[in-house]
Design a protein around this ligand. Structure first.
Ligand code: C2E
Ligand code: MG
Ligand code: MG
Ligand code: MG
Length: 280
């Protein structure tokens, strides 16, 4: 127990809280070092063209191969990276790996249309994102149309003018922009109207309940209608059952993503799956 109460004050010492803070601190130090040591790996989840049933693109998803901890999922380190500012370097590392992989796949003749990369709202703060993206594309000689960036509605909580300017710059390059997890965040229709995007990803929470909850069907319908009228490409995420896929196909969704078609996987497995479905 702490005896180091400040002058005239009581310090409530909570060992559990202290352990939590220490763990966060240790994890951050390990993550910082891990980035330098290239422990960050990128997995790829297939996105399927709803009409042809073929793999059209892949979403790049970060994992941390942390020594002694196995493969750590992004939900265990992205938030920490965002809070500490490390997300800038992490985001750049993911982008670089994904573009390097896309270049290799293109060279190998794999007819993959694009790779999508998640971008944190904090990556818009410095204003350097368009330059970073242009640099990565150039470095790996990847066509800008082969890159899609996924942003969430939380970008709208930042400097919207700054974000919009950078998204405009990115789209001018030929990069496409997707609104990820649509329907779960701020969902300001006014801001949505002004945001330069090409794709809307219907969040998994609506897809999950499609077969059991009429309200989920109603919301999915409404999102598809909204996206359509804004001329956006519609992607449904988190599809796990053929029934969900059928309902979304009826709504004329453009692309499917979910465990039904494939979990996120390392590049060699993705390549094998892609080749198998192309042949089949
Ligand atoms: P997200 O961008 O919405 O990615 C989709 C998440 O849903 C992935 O989780 C994926 O594995 C999961 N998923 C896909 N299909 C299904 C399904 O059918 N059922 C279920 N239960 N889950 C499914 P993951 O890879 O754990 O990533 C979680 C989140 O972490 C991502 O959500 C994204 O917000 C964030 N993230 C991942 N990589 C990065 C990154 O490089 N940068 C940033 N800023 N965020 C990232
Ligand atoms: Mg995403
Ligand atoms: Mg998502
Ligand atoms: Mg998400």
């Amino acid at each position: 127990e702490s005896k180091r109460a400040g002058r005239g004050r009581f310090t409530v010492f909570d060992p559990a809280l202290d352990a939590g803070i220490r763990r966060r601190h240790d994890t951050l130090a390990a993550l910082r070092l891990g980035l330098e040591r290239r422990e960050l790996v990128v997995h790829y989840q297939p996105r399927i063209d709803a009409r042809s049933g073929r793999i059209e693109s892949a979403e790049a998803l970060a994992r941390w191969q942390r020594p002694g901890h196995g493969l750590v999922p992004p939900n265990d380190f992205i938030e920490l990276a965002e809070a500490s500012g490390l997300i800038a370097a992490l985001g750049e590392a993911v982008l670089d790996q994904a573009m390097s992989q896309m270049a290799r796949w293109t060279q190998a003749g794999l007819p993959l249309k694009r790779v999508s990369v998640n971008v944190s709202p904090r990556q818009f703060e410095s204003g350097a994102l368009p330059d970073q993206v242009r640099g990565a594309l150039r470095r790996h000689a990847v066509d800008p149309s082969c890159l899609e960036l996924e942003v969430t509605e939380s970008v709208l909580s930042g400097d919207v003018t700054q974000v919009t300017r950078q998204l405009d710059g990115l789209r001018a390059l030929g990069v496409t922009v997707a609104m990820d997890d649509f329907g779960t965040g701020y969902s300001s229709m006014a801001l949505l109207r002004s945001l330069p995007i090409d794709v809307m990803k219907i969040d998994r929470t609506f897809v999950r309940d499609l077969e059991t909850d009429p309200n989920a069907v109603a919301i999915a319908h409404a999102i598809v209608a909204l996206g359509r009228s804004l001329s956006l490409r519609l992607v449904a995420e988190g599809i796990e059952t053929p029934g969900q896929a059928r309902l979304l196909r009826e709504m004329a969704c453009d692309e499917f993503q979910g465990y039904l078609f494939g979990k996120p996987m390392a590049a060699p497995e993705f390549e094998a799956l892609f080749t198998a479905t192309e042949r089949g």
